[in-house]
Design a protein around this ligand. Structure first.
Ligand SMILES: NC(=O)c1ccc[n+]([C@@H]2O[C@H](COP(=O)([O-])OP(=O)(O)OC[C@H]3O[C@@H](n4cnc5c(N)ncnc54)[C@H](O)[C@@H]3O)[C@@H](O)[C@H]2O)c1
Length: 344
């Protein structure tokens, strides 16, 4: 494998966007990954930029993402800016020949995501990893190993649940699907090891007078190989954050359980703590994700979820949005996968 970075030294990372997710990645890279150091940070919010730079000891601060990408001290880039900037920044990283871990979604539409794939294919090597961190969540990995072992027989059905506590202001159906359900779309493909053939989306608007909003989205799936699936995405559950998957095989079922805390029985009640958000639920996954990314760069090239995965998830996301608007099932058309994306 051709090495992206010719070094066993700590990798110098630049982080674009230092909000909730970028701040967590900076912290994890600084304190949990010995083989990396954050040398540059970028944000348009200068107060936040200064605070994060001081906390991680970054040598360089930028208010322009392209300036960070082209700086010679930056060997690899992590993009945690808002969704609409991802595709352009990822392409700039490819043009600079620098590996990039780009938060999900890779883009806000399949067409934009394809431009990233096309740029990477033209360069002839993988540089992009997309932040589908569920591939690093211990419980998700256990489900995947179990289903891949064949012990449950052929996989017949996927079920994904994605519960967010609240949303203010109300989100559009496009945003709930392309920003939140895109995680579940990726899980659906990854778990089944098969492509989604059709989607049928129904939703409940957040505001009944505004049909462009959504609080509850239900996506029914069929796969190319004959399996079926469903994704339930609740943007305003009111009580906490939960993400779970269930795989049904011919001989058994394997599923995660978001409720990881101890069970308390007190005063004739039984209770368990429900986590607040993704930063709590996926705390270990975010650490393992950046560790694995840095390790893969030292070995040669990123091996986690690819730009192709980011692109296909957006093809499915676009189909889900079209289905929600038409009130009908929509077929998913996926082109042939370029050779650079063969895994393993
Ligand atoms: N993988 C996951 O589980 C996960 C979870 C949450 C968010 N995300 C993704 O991470 C990204 C950031 O989300 P967040 O929750 O941290 O949002 P956030 O609002 O907390 O932070 C976004 C940051 O980006 C900065 N910003 C604004 N414009 C910018 C620009 N042009 N260039 C660079 N930075 C800019 C903001 O000032 C802010 O600091 C989003 O793409 C989101 O979809 C992923």
């Amino acid at each position: 494998m051709r090495k992206v970075l010719m070094s066993n030294q700590a990798i110098n990372v630049g982080v674009i966007g230092t909000g909730g997710m970028g701040g967590r990645h900076v912290n994890n890279l600084t304190h949990e990954v010995a083989a990396a150091q954050v040398v540059a940070v970028m944000d348009v919010d200068e107060a936040r930029l200064r605070t994060v730079a001081a906390a991680c000891g970054a040598r360089h601060t930028f208010t322009d993402g392209h300036a960070l990408i082209s700086h010679p001290d930056v060997e690899a880039v992590l993009i945690a800016a808002p969704d609409r900037f991802h595709a352009d920044l990822a392409r700039a990283c490819i043009a600079a020949g620098k590996p990039v871990l780009c938060e999900k979604p890779l883009a806000t539409t399949a067409a934009e995501a394809y431009n990233v794939v096309a740029a990477e294919v033209a360069g002839g090597r993988r540089l992009v990893q997309v932040g589908f961190m569920r591939e690093y969540d211990p419980a998700h990995c256990q489900v995947k190993r179990m289903i891949d072992s064949g012990a449950l027989g052929k996989a017949l059905a996927f079920s994904g649940t994605h519960i967010n506590a609240s949303s203010d202001p109300a989100r559009t159906v496009e945003d709930v699907i392309s920003n939140s359900a895109v995680h579940d779309i990726h899980s659906a493909r990854w778990m089944m090891g098969d492509e989604i053939a059709t989607v049928y989306t129904s939703y409940v608007p957040s505001d009944p007078r505004r049909p462009e909003t959504a609080r509850m989205v239900l996506i029914q799936l069929t796969y190319s190989g004959g399996a079926i699936g469903q994704i339930e995405c609740n943007a305003e559950a009111g009580y906490g954050y939960e993400v779970d998957v269930k795989m049904t095989g011919e001989r058994g079922v394997v599923q995660t359980n978001s409720l990881r805390s101890a069970v308390v029985r007190l005063a004739n009640q039984q209770s368990q703590w429900v986590e607040e958000d993704w930063l709590q639920r996926f705390d270990e996954a975010y650490i393992d994700e950046v560790r694995a990314w840095v390790h893969s760069l030292q070995q040669g090239a990123p091996t986690g979820p690819s730009a192709w995965d980011g692109y296909v998830s957006m093809v499915v996301s676009d189909a889900c949005i079209a289905s929600a608007k038409r009130g009908q099932p929509v077929a998913v058309e996926i082109p042939e996968m370029p050779g650079i994306y063969q895994r393993g």
